[in-house]
Ligand binder design. Sequence first.
Ligand code: ATP
Length: 316
Amino acid sequence: KGMIVSFGEMLIDFVPTESGVSLAEAPGFLKAPGGAPANVAIAVARLGGKAAFVGKLGDDEFGHMLAGILKQYGVTGEGISFDQGARTALAFVTLRADGEREFMFYRNPSADMLLRPDELNIELIKSAKVFHYGSISLIVEPCRSAHLKAMEVAKEAGALLSYDPNLREPLWPSREEAKKQILSIWDKADVIKVSDVELEFLTGSPKIDDANAMTLWRDSLKLLLVTLGEKGCRYYTKNFRGVVESFEVKAVDTTGAGDSFVGALLAKIVDDHSILEDEKRLREVLKFANACGAVTTTKKGAIPALPNESEALTLY
Ligand code: ATP
């Protein structure tokens, strides 16, 4: 099986024990390990794939706890660095009564932002058949340079590049800067997945239709995906496009659904990139990715909700 290397941040979300309260009103918090790139690596491992996480953690109890979680799920930890000075990143997250998600990040700077290019495990990155990343690692140096170098090394070694921007507006200096930097690496990727919210942010238009999605198309791409929550996903390639509907589930927490979707997609294409050129087979893969995303919404938290193959297939 081919290796999927996922690059970026891993952190702890602190989630209130009670829902529908503000951060100030929350009576207590539970630790929920996360960070989209780490979730994707674990999603792949849950489906029986080979995955590695590349990123930096604090040399503290939380950092070693997170490394232990990756190991527990069978994700290769040879790409993890530990920072001697900075702490593991934390985020306090709450779903307020009005349905808005509220984030408060502790990253000033956190260890993930301090990964340096010279710390990269080049051999591991070169072994990737798929190299996956987000955009949070682009926000500040030196992590930004490490991110760009890792992408280059992977691409040169022949990996398929997979990009899920995973917009977190509060982490960027401004909306304009976020848009500019997220789009600055657009034409390097082979596969890009955006959510409906990111489509609107990046295009400036609220229209979730083909014409708007196609403004994000580049001929350098093999596949562009727009996830639509309960409605499934839209796909675009050079030769075909369409929609694959999701499954009906009772969603309790959508955290990690997008990462579960991406992990499933990557696990299914890593050993056969030609699926991206075959609409029938690609639709099968996207149906499975939708199932994985849907199952993930039925349980609280991201990582504990990521399904194995048979759990995803129960929805069929
Ligand atoms: P995240 O919350 O992780 O950032 P996202 O916004 O990137 O997620 P979504 O569009 O919410 O991604 O979900 C990804 C996929 O999971 C969808 O394309 C769909 O297949 C599935 N999914 C998400 N929510 C639901 C739901 N309520 N019912 C059925 N399927 C769902």
